[in-house]
Structures are given as structure tokens and as C-alpha cells.
Design a protein around this ligand. Structure first.
Ligand code: PEP
Ligand code: MN
Length: 363
């Protein structure tokens, strides 16, 4: 069962960017006071609204940098004082939450490895009862809308009304060249379920490498994202975590210029609301089509790999590549599924014929 509605406060009322796109940026991890302060000093020039940095880092591998821990909190408070920038950190359990609340950190985010785990979510939700801190909730690492919604429901049930979610992509063996598979259809479905829920995009964790960030931001903007959370480090090559996906502050500023971020902040003034609506619809459909095309090509690659293998096996048994009865069965199976899904018979026959012809050729 999914709640029909989340009981949330309108985003513009608590977002430091008001009606504009919310811009969160900062390093993956807080590493030293110098790194935190230098990065923040350069980021304020790009008019960010919130400074981010992880102090406890959930890492895939042991023996890697797992965060500076509690000692990073004063560095973040220094950013807050010196640059008048609110700060956000990730918490993974009730103890970390308590520390962060006691010290006056402005916002928390819950990471993908936390939102995937109902026990961790229960612990944090319980500890959040009676608090008023705004919470950014990242999508869980698996592409499961129910788990994502479950995380939102748990935090909302704890009485937190200042909630935004962050789309950071999903683990998948097919994500290459990206680090995480965007599955753009999932944030779209979530938006359809909860139209008032602000959905931000974290292009850094989707991308995994800086060269893909700009395109991902463009897609997110086309989908009317409510904001961005971007990893920026003053010296990414020396970063202790996620070095390949962190932009320099200068690259970050350039990226914002390239995607026309500032224009979008003010809205597309030349368009009427009706035109805006149609453009948004077109953009949404294009994103869905792009995602489907990507899936089609990936499935096709998988199918061709199996075809090659079966070809070798058939050769060993001296069987012919083309076996008419098998092909008839395959086609019938496809056509009956097409019929069930309301797809044109002609379209499916034509596509399957081309695929079959090519499969025989490579066997
Ligand atoms: C992060 O933002 O640095 C982070 C660990 O995020 P995620 O939970 O999306 O992996
Ligand atoms: Mn990171």
C-alpha cells in the first residue's frame, strides 16, 4: 500500500532558493579544514544555496577513506559562519543524527545505501520524531520505486514535513559508461505519484566521471528538476573519495553557464504558460523515448550474444542455423505478446524478421 499523499510543506517555503532551482554543491567528503574552506570560498561565487560535504562515508571497499567523522562538523560550521551558507551532511544512524542536530547543522541527507535498508530507515525515522530538520532523501541503490516511496513514507511518518528527494541513479550491470543507471522513468513515475514532492538531481553519482555531468544536468532540467546536488572539490585530483566525478569550482561555473542554468532559474519568460506546458510534455516524452531506446539497444546486444553462442553449439551438433519450426514458435510467442500489449502485428513482424535475418547471418 502506498500513501495517496505525503504530508509535506511546500518546497518554496523552506528551500533557501525559494521558487528558483536549489543549488547544492560541495565535496564528496570533508577532508580537511583547508579543503572545505577553499572549496566553499570558490563556490559562493557561483551563488550556490547550500554547501554539502560527507563526514561519514559509506564506501564499497574497506581500507579506503571512510570520512573524517565528527571532527568535520566544526569545519562545516565555519563555512556557515564565514560565508553565510547553510550546510548539509549525510547521516546513517541515530547517533550521527543526534550529533548533527546538537551542533546546528542545517540539513541532513540520507544516502542510497541507507534508503535501501528499512532497518536503518526505521532507526533514523524514530530518532527524527519531534525534530524540524529538513531531510533530503536519495533514491535507494536498487531501481525499485516501492523502496524509494517507502523511505519517503518512513521519514514523513516521523513528522518531518520538509522533505525533498534526490535522484542519484541506480546500481546496474548495464549502467556503463555511467556509474549508475539513471532510469529516468522512475523519477517521472514518482513525480506522477506525488506531484508536489520536490525531486532534485545528483548528476555526479549518476555520471561517475565529470565528462558526463553536463548532459545529465540538461536532462534533469528538461524534466523540471527542483534542484541539483553536485560534487565539487577545489582539487579533485587529490580527493580522497569519488575523485573522477568531482568538478573544480571553475568547471562547475562553466557547466552552469552551458546548461543555461541562470536563465532557467528565472523561467522561460518568452513562452506563454500554455506553451510551457506543451514544451514540458514534449521534453518528458523525449526522456522516456531516450530511455526506451537505450534499453532496446542493450537488450539487442544481449540477444545477439546469445545468438552467437547458440551458433557455436549448433555447429558442434552439425545442426543448421535456420530451423523453421523453432522460428514459427518464436514468432507466434512474440505476436501473442504484442497482441496482449496492443502493439501492431505488422510492426512486430517486421522488427522480428530483421532481427532473425541478422541472427542467422552471424551464426
Ligand atoms: C554522496 O553524496 O557522497 C553519497 C555517498 O551519495 P549516495 O548515497 O548517492 O551514494
Ligand atoms: Mn560521493
Amino acid at each position: 500500500m502506498t500513501k495517496d499523499k505525503l504530508d509535506i510543506e511546500p518546497f518554496r517555503q523552506w528551500s533557501p532558493a525559494g521558487d528558483n532551482l536549489l543549488l547544492i554543491a560541495g565535496p564528496c567528503s570533508a577532508e580537511s579544514e583547508r579543503q572545505v574552506m577553499n572549496t566553499a570560498a570558490q563556490l559562493i561565487e557561483h551563488k550556490i544555496n547550500i554547501f554539502r560535504a560527507g563526514i561519514w562515508k559509506p564506501r564499497s571497499k574497506p581500507y579506503t577513506f571512510t570520512g573524517c567523522g565528527e571532527k568535520g562538523i566544526p569545519w562545516l560550521l565555519e563555512v556557515k559562519r564565514e560565508f553565510h551558507l547553510p550546510v548539509v551532511v549525510e547521516v546513517m544512524n541515530a547517533d550521527q543524527l543526534k550529533l548533527v542536530l546538537d551542533k546546528g547543522i542545517d540539513y541532513i541527507w540520507l544516502g542510497a545505501r541507507t534508503t535501501i535498508n528499512p532497518y536503518m530507515m526505521d532507526e533514523i525515522s524514530e530518532a527524527l520524531h519531534g525534530c524540524d530538520i529538513p531531510v533530503f532523501i536519495k533514491n535507494p541503490i536498487s531501481p525499485d520505486l516501492n523502496t524509494w516511496i517507502g523511505a519517503l513514507e518512513r521519514i514523513n511518518d516521523a513528522g518531518i514535513r520538509k522533505i525533498a528527494t534526490v535522484h542519484r541513479g541506480f546500481q546496474s550491470v548495464y549502467s556503463a559508461p555511467l556509474r549508475n543507471e539513471p532510469h529516468w522513468d522512475l523519477p517521472i513515475k514518482l513525480k506522477c505519484t506525488y506531484p508536489d514532492l520536490p525531486i532534485l538531481c545528483d548528476p555526479s553519482h549518476i555520471a561517475g566521471e565529470t565528462k558526463y555531468i553536463e548532459d545529465i544536468v540538461k536532462k534533469a532540467l528538461a524534466l523540471e528538476t527542483s534542484g541539483l546536488m553536485v560534487e565539487v572539490h577545489y582539487k579533485p585530483s587529490e580527493a580522497l573519495s569519488d575523485d573522477k566525478q568531482q568538478l573544480t569550482p571553475t568547471q562547475f561555473g562553466k557547466m552552469l553557464e552551458n546548461v543555461n542554468f541562470h536563465d532557467r532559474r528565472c523561467g522561460l519568460a518568452s513562452n506563454t504558460p500554455e506553451q510551457e506546458e506543451v514544451i514540458a510534455k514534449i521534453n518528458t516524452c523525449r526522456q522516456i523515448i531516450d530511455g526506451c531506446n537505450e534499453d532496446l539497444i542493450k537488450v539487442l546486444a544481449q540477444r545477439m550474444a546469445a545468438v552467437k553462442e547458440i551458433g557455436e553449439a549448433k555447429r558442434k551438433l552439425e545442426l543448421p542455423a535456420l530451423q523453421a519450426s523453432r522460428w514459427r514458435d518464436v514468432m507466434n510467442q512474440c505476436l501473442s505478446l504484442a497482441d496482449e500489449l496492443g502493439l501492431s502485428k505488422e510492426l512486430v513482424t517486421e522488427i522480428m524478421d530483421v532481427i532473425h535475418k541478422y541472427s542467422i547471418k552471424i551464426q
